[in-house]
Design a binder for this molecule. Structure first.
Ligand SMILES: Nc1ncnc2c1ncn2[C@@H]1O[C@H](COP(=O)(O)OP(=O)(O)OP(=O)(O)O)[C@@H](O)[C@H]1O
Length: 305
């Protein structure tokens, strides 16, 4: 059983089905990415997993307990998307407050607050008022607050939306460090390249339902395409190739071929060379997470009208 489990989770708001029969399992120590277009049901799903929204039907479990059991939250840190912290507190005070809420004693709370301030790059800013933090600093502080109780499971909703490229990189490093320490991270993000860089597994949801789920490496290992720059491709050889390969386009010296299996690439090259072609360049194109995402969401739009 995973450390996070969604079993047929459904949430209906009036006539709006926000989540429909969602089943997911996240193993301990993984970084799991949840993707989906605006309004797909991501926040509703996360809130059900955290026990902040009651499901209409189905069950959510975290660390072996139902999410409706408040004790499940002892294992969890959460950075919500649109958080507003108390501006009149200093950064360090806010973290001590969160650490105390997480059950730490006074001394441990002070120590942990300093540790996480350092971790997120705010070591020199702990004595400033939160109201005077920039947006990026507030987001880092939010991450620090999610981590201050040293939780086993961390839910992060868009943790880098306000950060500059250096800040984003730092957050990626922190996520990988947490993973090395055995923590589980549930990441909700629109930044697909970021998800691609850190996640072990991803789920894509659209219109409240899971449309793809699996190991990132498996999802990205779909059909590929190669483009070849060549000369000497005679019509006869092209016709022969069309029988054996899926030729997408021939434009001047550029040939584009879809390949379902990477073993087709050397076969194609051997046939081209044997047929008298001179090859100057060959570029394989892999599916990016963005392409998979866009295709799945578009498919959903077509079938749903
Ligand atoms: N409290 C609520 N009352 C009524 N409808 C809601 C409520 N919360 C969410 N919804 C609806 O449920 C659907 C899913 O919303 P949700 O916020 O979960 O999507 P999301 O994937 O997180 O979107 P975004 O990426 O824009 O944050 C939307 O149609 C939304 O309008």
């Amino acid at each position: 059983m995973g450390i996070i489990e969604a079993r047929n989770l459904t949430k209906v708001y009036g006539r709006q089905v926000a989540c429909r029969e969602i089943c997911l399992s996240v193993e301990e120590g993984q970084i799991f990415g949840l993707l989906g277009p605006n309004g797909a049901g991501k926040s509703t799903l996360v809130k059900m997993l955290l026990g902040l929204v009651h499901p209409t039907s189905g069950e959510a479990r975290v660390a072996g307990r139902s999410s409706l059991d408040p004790r499940s939250r002892r294992e969890v840190g959460f950075l919500p998307e649109n958080f507003r912290f108390h501006g009149w507190l200093k950064g360090q005070e806010l973290l001590i407050f969160h650490a105390r809420l997480a059950g730490l004693g006074v001394e441990d709370a002070w120590r942990r607050a300093d540790e996480v301030l350092e971790l997120v790059g705010l070591a020199g800013d702990g004595r400033k008022l939160v109201a005077n933090y920039s947006k990026g600093m507030q987001q880092r502080l939010g991450l620090a607050a999610a981590l201050v109780g040293d939780p086993r499971v961390v839910f992060l909703d868009e943790p880098t939306s306000a950060l500059d490229p250096l800040g984003r990189r730092r957050v990626r490093e922190i996520l990988l460090m947490l993973k090395r320490a055995g923590k589980t991270i549930f990441l909700n993000s629109h930044l697909l390249s970021e998800v691609e860089q850190v996640c072990d597994r991803v789920a894509i949801i659209n219109r409240g339902a899971v449309v793809a789920e699996g190991r990132l490496t498996d999802l990205l290992a779909g059909p590929r395409e190669v483009s070849v720059t060549l000369t000497g491709l005679e019509r006869e050889l092209l016709e022969e190739l069309q029988q054996r390969f899926s030729i997408l386009e021939l434009k001047g010296d550029h040939l584009r071929v879809a390949v379902g299996d990477r073993e087709e690439i050397p076969t194609l090259v051997a046939r081209l060379v044997a047929g008298g072609c001179r090859i100057y360049e060959l570029t394989p194109h892999h599916n990016s997470l963005e392409e998979i995402f866009v295709n799945l969401v578009r498919e959903g739009e077509q079938t749903c009208g």
